[in-house]
Design a binder for this molecule. Structure first.
Ligand code: AMP
Length: 308
């Protein structure tokens, strides 16, 4: 029997990043890359995506070294998705300088047979039509979540809302939650997004933490206070990997009547922990050395500094 795996779709990219701490001209990135790398600390992870002929063997080897299943990663003629961004002095704002979809522009994901019956699916940030296309091929999925960003909200709110309406949970940052819902108050924004279909919404607030909303309850955590933030790129995706990976590790069912709220809250903490580690170095660098022991230690730190 096939081991249960979390299927992740999203961008697999090369990024150019500039923060007050320095610059990288071309470094491994992409929503799928960050999510799969972080989720792999908790669960078996299988990715769906596309890269160009310029994608380095050593980058594939890094993903494989974390146990990420690459059967659904196609390599085709052309260039890998490229994104570049620059951060403000306090790193709370980021300007996108360039988004080149490249091989993602014509990508028609065809899921390997071994993925199609998996129960867990996370749709990382990429064109909403691709997210929906993958979800339709996952005939047995009983746990579907996803992420999005301002570009896709600006390009077509209606089709994005249609895509999201089939999800159990949405992870989104605060400014994008406001844009998507048209509400400035975050509690109202969450309520509106829940009305689109998901039963759970997590609003990420960068260094200020995260808030989880369901119909009848909410939960808030502060961000982990890092001594130095090097590069926040991918922190949102690492949150997604920690949050989703932990729920998969627990065999969580978000659709049942008896949702274990304590586990759901722990998932928010693991998301915050993974997001914080991501910021400690450029790009995916911190994930080359990070251990599960360090993750669990920081989880315990969180418990200590929020208990009262
Ligand atoms: P985050 O900082 O969590 O928003 O994630 C940053 C990553 O998202 C980078 O590695 C980019 O390659 C990727 N990215 C940026 N814009 C897009 C986009 N429009 N679609 C898909 N991935 C993107």
């Amino acid at each position: 029997m096939q081991a249960v795996s979390l299927v992740v779709i999203g961008s697999v990219a090369y990024d150019a990043i500039e923060t007050p701490h320095g610059k990288r001209e071309r470094t491994l990135g992409g929503s799928c890359t960050y999510i799969a790398l972080t989720a792999s600390y908790f669960a078996k992870t299988s990715i769906v995506g596309v890269v160009g002929e310029d994608f380095a063997e050593e980058d594939k080897a890094f993903l494989s070294s974390r146990g990420v299943d690459l059967e659904g990663l196609e390599q085709v003629p052309g260039k890998t998705f490229f994104w570049s961004g620059v951060y403000s002095a306090d790193m709370n704002d980021r300007t996108t300088l360039q988004t080149d979809l490249n091989v993602f522009a014509d990508f028609q994901p065809k899921l390997p047979a071994s993925y199609a019956e998996m129960p867990y699916l996370f749709l990382g940030n990429i064109q909403p039509a691709l997210q929906l296309g993958v979800q339709k091929q996952m005939t047995k999925a009983r746990f579907v979540g996803g992420d999005t960003m301002n570009l896709w909200i600006n390009l077509g709110k209606e089709s994005l809302i249609e895509t999201i309406s089939h999800w159990d949970f949405l992870l989104i940052n605060d400014s994008e939650a406001r844009m998507l819902s048209g509400e400035t108050n975050l509690r109202k924004a969450a309520e509106k997004i829940l009305s689109y279909g998901p039963n759970t919404v997590v609003i990420k607030r960068g260094e200020y933490g995260a808030m989880l909303f369901r119909e009848d309850t909410f939960f808030m955590v502060p961000g982990y206070l890092l001594e130095s933030v090097f590069d926040p790129t991918g922190a949102g995706d690492c949150f997604a990997g920690g949050f989703t990976g932990y729920l998969v590790e627990r065999g969580f069912d978000l659709r049942g009547k008896n949702v274990n709220m304590r586990d759901l809250h722990r998932a928010v903490i693991y998301g915050s922990v993974m997001g914080s580690f991501c910021c400690e170095d450029f790009g995916v660098e911190r994930l080359r050395t990070l251990t599960r022991q360090e993750i669990d230690q920081r989880f315990d730190d969180f418990r200590r500094f929020t208990a009262f």
